[in-house]
Design a protein around this ligand. Structure first.
Ligand SMILES: *[C@@H]1O[C@H](CO)[C@@H](O)[C@H](O)[C@H]1NC(C)=O
Ligand SMILES: *[C@@H]1O[C@H](CO)[C@@H](O)[C@H](O)[C@H]1NC(C)=O
Ligand SMILES: *[C@@H]1O[C@H](CO)[C@@H](O)[C@H](O)[C@H]1NC(C)=O
Length: 395
């Protein structure tokens, strides 16, 4: 047992160095070794003549645990209990083969040879679980808002996580590693330039795994998407009511819609224009809520409010008090009524188009997702608004 006593510090350092430089083949040159759980490790011994006595022990913070004691010669020494059956000693060169290593085998292995002068060599063994494939995920990323891309490793001790964007490494200060297994890339705020393919590489001494993810930034907030939908419906309604205004004008004298039907048609058309004005006004308000007030939106808003009131009055008057309407003598009032509906159609189309264009511009400038598909919305709005018109037409 005297053999296994720790050597003097100076002696240890010297032998360590000597062992490194002279004795060990290059592959085993590192005194620190990392291996995977379940593998076999060959711990190199010190060069020794066969008559030297030699001792292997394990140090892990709870004092030295002897593995074996070899008194020289070629006989195979007894291996101590926890290692019996899974350690093979080679008396010829003093190396020790550990099989099926587990994480609890991590620690320092020391071999001591006493032949006149005592020499020892320490090997730090690290038994690691291979890293599992990292998971990359993002919060929903909206332009101008804070977002994050998270790389997380479920299993295995991770030493480093490195990031790449479109194949280029990201500086480590941009992606702090919060814990050994989690690293977060903050986007504050998210910008279009953040769009791209991100990959994260988690590694430890024995393995690495990489995952990549296509990151897209949404240019439009929910509010702007609603604004867009409302503006689209307003345009469709305005377009359909334009047909309602044009049809009676284009019809031949014989087939001209008259009487009750004319009343219904006018009322419906005016009502539809009125709804289009309200929708467009709402879209304008939502836009200003997001973007702040601006003259190019406020002026149409005022016009639209006025047109909403006029078209509403016309629509209700025609349907509920037709006599009032036909007896309206005042030229000015009649002219106002006659121009209100077509004027409103034009106003709605112009201001909605402006809003849709602005929203599309915003989408292209700040995001990299697909533009919202409005085909279904357009078709259903057109169908809903055109059906009553069709029914009146058929009658
Ligand atoms: C020691 O000897 C064994 C068998 O003789 C061999 O497998 C092993 O590689 C040797 N170790 C070193 C460090 O050369
Ligand atoms: C150190 O190793 C011994 C023997 O392998 C084991 O019984 C003990 O639990 C280990 N102690 C620590 C702190 O790992
Ligand atoms: C991942 O990181 C490891 C360790 O740094 C490195 O060896 C490996 O080449 C990297 N993988 C890729 C694909 O860059």
């Amino acid at each position: 047992m005297l053999l296994c006593q720790p050597a003097e510090l100076l002696g240890t350092a010297w032998v360590l160095l000597a062992g490194l430089l002279v004795l060990l083949p290059p592959a085993l040159g590192a005194v620190h070794r990392a291996v995977a759980v379940g593998s076999s490790v060959l711990l190199p011994g010190l060069d020794n003549t066969h008559s030297d006595s030699m001792c292997w022990e394990f140090l892990n913070g709870t004092g030295p645990h002897p593995i074996l004691q070899h008194e020289g010669g070629t006989h195979t020494p007894a291996i101590h209990a926890p290692y019996a059956g899974r350690a093979v000693f080679h008396p010829s060169n003093g190396s020790l083969l550990l099989e099926d290593v587990q994480q609890s085998d991590s620690g320092t292995y020391r071999v001591t040879v006493s032949s006149g002068d005592r020499r020892s060599l320490e090997i730090q063994l690290e038994v690691l679980q291979p890293v599992s494939r990292p998971q990359l995920r993002t919060s929903s990323l909206l332009a101008r808002a804070t977002g994050q891309v998270v790389c997380e490793v479920a299993e295995g001790r991770v030493d480093t996580i490195t990031w790449k964007k479109d194949g280029q490494p990201l500086l480590p200060d941009r992606v702090p590693q919060l814990s050994s297994s989690r690293s977060v890339l903050y986007l504050r705020p998210a910008k279009k330039s953040d769009c791209g393919s991100y990959s994260c590489n988690a590694s430890n001494g024995i393995s690495w795994q990489e995952t990549s993810l296509e990151v897209t930034i949404e240019g439009l907030s929910h509010r702007l998407k609603h604004t867009l939908r409302i503006a689209v419906i307003a345009v469709v309604f305005a377009a359909v009511s334009a047909w309602g205004l044009i049809i009676p004008v284009c019809q031949s004298e014989k087939l001209r819609i008259r009487g009750e039907l004319w009343r219904w048609l006018s009322s419906y058309t005016c009502g539809l224009v009125c709804i289009a004005c309200i929708l467009d006004g709402t879209a304008g308000i939502l836009w200003m809520w997001e973007e702040g007030p601006s003259v190019v939106v406020i002026l149409p808003e005022i016009t639209l409010s006025y047109l909403t009131v006029v078209t509403f009055l016309v629509a209700t008057t025609v349907i509920f008090q037709p006599t009032d309407f036909s007896h309206l003598k005042c030229k000015k009032a009649q002219r106002t009524m006659g121009y209100a509906a077509p004027g409103a159609v034009v106003a709605v189309v112009l201001s909605s188009t402006f809003l849709i264009k602005s929203i599309y511009h915003r989408h292209v400038e700040e995001g990299c997702t697909e533009f919202m598909d409005v085909t279904i919305l357009v078709c259903s709005a057109a169908a809903v608004s055109a059906l009553p018109l069709l029914a009146i037409g058929l009658c």
